[in-house]
Design a protein around this ligand. Structure first.
Ligand SMILES: [Zn+2]
Length: 57
């Protein structure tokens, strides 16, 4: 018997089957903060923004 568990994205609040943990937020000072769980969309979005920020700096 399987119990489908929906997980909530910490960023957009969507209920999804799989979440990705956002380990580093802005920098490694985020170690003290609780990990953020993101849905696929938010995870990719954050990753893209992070890469953009790095490229602009
Ligand atoms: Zn999300």
């Amino acid at each position: 018997m399987t119990t489908p568990k929906k997980l909530r994205c910490d960023t957009c609040g969507a209920l999804v089957d799989n979440l990705r943990r956002d380990v580093v937020d802005d920098d490694y000072n985020a170690l003290n903060k609780p990990a953020l769980w993101n849905c696929e969309t938010c995870y990719e979005d954050k990753r893209a923004k992070r890469q953009q920020a790095r490229g602009d700096a």
